[in-house]
Write a protein that binds this ligand. Structure first.
Ligand SMILES: [Zn+2]
Length: 345
C-alpha cells in the first residue's frame, strides 16, 4: 500500500509518500480498514518534529484521526463486517491496567496511540481493534468523519464532560480557526451557550461570527480579558477553552467569572505561563486538563452529531500525496476548521 511515513524527525521534507507492506490481521479482535480520509492534527506535526524517547519506532506512518471502510475482520469480530463505514477512536490501551479494565483507555499508562505508538492514518490501510471502529454518524462524509475522529473528541471532553457546559452560559474560545477551538464553538452553539471567540486574524473572527459566535476579539490589538469583562457586564465568562497557553493564560483566568471553569488540551504558545493562584481560590475557579476523551465519550459524541445533524467544519482537503502542504497550512495558522487528507484508490 501507499502511505506517508517519516524515517527521521524534522521538517515537512521528512514526509515520504512511499510503498509499504499492507497491514495483516494479527488477532481475533482485529479489523482492516481501507482509509478514505485522515485528519491532520497538531499532534502529527509534533510527532514529525520531535524525537520522543518513549516512542522511538521509525519508520512510522503518521496520523491519529481517520475514517474508511472495513475490508477484513478477525475471527472474533461479530459487530462489524466488510463494507461497513467507520471512523476511528485514536487510541488503544494495554487492556490490563485499572484504566483499561474500566474502559477508560485514555488514562492508560501504556497507550497505543495511532501515529504515535502505532502506525497511523496517513495510509491506504490500517489494522485496528474492532472496539475502536465506530459507525459513521448519519449524513457525514468520510472527510467530516475523519475530522470528528480528530478535533471533536477533545472538544467534547473539555466542554461536555469537564466544564459541564449548560444552556445560557457564557463561553470564551481562544484561537478560533484552530480545529479544536472551532469544534468547541460548534458544540457551545449547539447547547445554546453565549459564545465569544478570540483570534489574531480578522478573517477568522469574521467566519466565526458568520457561524453564530456572538462576539469576536482580536488578540493582537485588544486585551481580551478586559474586553470579556466589558461584554459580560463585568461578570466574566463561565467557561474558557484555552489550548494556547503562553502569556494569554493569565488573561484566560482573568476572563472567568466566579465559579468559572478553564479547560485546556494544548499549549502552543508556551507550557509554563505564570498563574495567579490567589485568583483561582478567591474566585472558586476550576482548571481541567485533558488530552483525549474516552471511547464512551467518543460514542456519545458521534450519537450527538447524528441527533443534532452537526457537521464538522472542513477548511481544506488535500490528496494524501500533499501531506506536507496540509501540515504547512495547519502550522501557518490561517485555516478555519479541519484540514483533511483524502485517500483515493
Ligand atoms: Zn491500560
Amino acid at each position: 500500500m501507499k502511505a506517508i511515513r517519516i524515517h527521521h524527525h524534522g521538517g515537512v521534507e521528512q514526509l515520504r509518500y512511499e510503498e509499504t507492506a499492507d497491514p495483516k490481521l494479527r488477532s481475533p479482535d482485529d479489523v482492516i480498514v481501507r482509509l478514505k480520509a485522515a485528519a491532520v492534527n497538531y499532534s502529527d506535526i509534533q510527532v514529525r518534529q520531535e524525537a520522543d524517547a518513549q516512542r522511538p519506532f521509525l519508520p512510522r506512518i503518521l496520523g491519529s484521526g481517520g475514517a474508511g471502510v472495513v475490508t477484513a475482520v478477525g475471527s472474533g469480530v461479530k459487530q462489524l463486517k466488510c463494507g461497513d463505514a467507520v471512523c476511528l477512536y485514536p487510541q488503544s490501551g494495554c487492556t490490563a491496567c485499572w484504566a483499561c479494565r474500566s474502559d477508560r483507555q485514555n488514562f492508560c499508562e501504556q497507550p497505543q496511540r495511532l501515529g504515535e505508538d502505532a502506525d497511523g492514518t496517513y495510509a491506504e490501510y490500517l489494522r485496528e481493534r474492532w472496539q475502536n471502529c465506530f459507525r459513521l454518524p448519519a449524513g457525514l462524509t468520510y472527510e467530516e468523519a475523519a475530522a470528528a475522529s480528530g478535533a471533536y473528541l477533545p472538544a467534547w471532553r473539555m466542554l461536555m464532560t469537564d466544564a459541564q457546559l449548560k444552556p445560557g452560559e457564557w463561553v470564551l474560545m481562544r484561537g478560533i480557526g484552530g480545529p479544536i477551538a472551532t469544534a468547541a464553538l460548534q458544540l457551545a452553539l449547539s447547547v445554546g451557550a453565549h459564545t465569544i471567540v478570540t483570534a489574531a486574524a480578522g478573517e477568522q473572527l469574521a467566519r466565526a461570527l458568520r457561524l453564530g459566535a456572538k462576539y469576536g476579539i482580536d488578540e493582537s490589538t485588544q486585551d481580551f480579558a478586559s474586553e470579556v469583562r466589558r461584554l459580560t457586564g463585568k461578570r466574566g465568562v463561565d467557561v474558557v477553552v484555552d489550548c494556547i497557553g503562553g502569556d494569554g493564560w493569565a488573561k484566560s483566568l482573568a476572563a472567568l467569572g466566579r465559579d468559572g471553569r478553564l479547560v485546556s488540551c494544548g499549549a502552543s504558545a508556551g507550557a509554563q505561563p505564570s498563574t495567579d493562584l490567589l485568583r483561582i481560590f478567591w474566585h472558586h475557579l476550576k482548571v481541567f486538563g485533558s488530552c483525549l476523551g474516552s471511547r464512551d465519550e467518543f460514542r456519545r459524541m458521534l450519537n450527538y452529531m447524528t441527533n443534532t445533524r452537526m457537521k464538522p467544519i472542513i477548511d481544506q482537503v488535500y490528496p494524501l500525496t500533499d501531506a506536507a502542504k496540509a501540515q504547512q497550512r495547519l502550522a501557518q495558522g490561517n485555516h478555519f476548521g479541519n484540514i483533511i487528507l483524502r485517500i483515493d484508490g
